[in-house]
Design a protein around this ligand. Structure first.
Ligand code: SF4
Length: 188
């Protein structure tokens, strides 16, 4: 699959996930604490390279990728380079192109050792769970493994290249920039 088609395919998975996720939020009555953003402030977030191809492409189109690469190089912590406490949307400077991990965390299910669906979430969201409502609504939660499998089907290598978030963002930018610069040179 060509790189642009992979980016479109990842975006399509994100569209499905957004619908799935908002349906689950309505059914479960769970939501993020207003003005929180704590999940993005975690030091050890890991992500795959594939999930950041759309963000990397957006940076390439807006010619901002070099400044983000520089910001990653100058970082002294591991907090995501896109984290922006002043951003109007979700503390993220590129909320629309955020990664899969960002979209799943808080409102997605994983299966525990007893083969039960449990929510991968934070303490704030957990505190809102109403046990009776939750028992029925958890069935509607997006499953982490199934969404990662959708990415795997797009590109098995990039979907399993799993690293600290800024390294994955860097790699995604390098792949996108190299690909489109080479294409531009070939056409010149
Ligand atoms: S990409 Fe955006 S939403 Fe995801 S961890 Fe970084 S700042 Fe948070």
């Amino acid at each position: 699959m060509y790189l642009l088609n992979k980016i479109k395919a990842v975006n399509k998975v994100y569209e499905q996930l957004e619908k799935h996720n908002s349906n689950f939020r309505i059914k479960s009555c769970l939501f993020c604490k207003p003005d929180c953003g704590e999940c993005c402030l975690t030091n050890h977030i890991e992500a795959t390279v594939l999930e950041f191809l759309p963000a990397a492409y957006n940076l390439y189109l807006s010619c901002e990728y070099e400044s983000i690469l520089e910001a990653i190089d100058n970082k002294i912590d591991e907090i995501c380079v896109f984290y922006n406490p002043f951003s109007r949307e979700g503390f993220c400077s590129d909320y629309n192109n955020r990664g899969m991990v960002c979209r799943l965390f808080g409102f997605a299910a994983k299966t525990n050792k007893k083969n039960e669906k449990v929510l991968a979430t934070c303490k704030h969201i957990k505190s809102l769970i109403q046990p009776e409502k939750f028992k029925s609504s958890i069935l509607y939660a997006p499953e982490m493994s199934s969404y990662y499998m959708k990415l795997y089907c797009i590109d098995p290598w990039l979907a399993t290249l799993h690293m600290p978030i800024n390294k994955s963002i860097r790699k995604a930018i390098e792949i996108v920039a190299m690909h489109f610069q080479y294409k531009k040179k070939k056409m010149a």
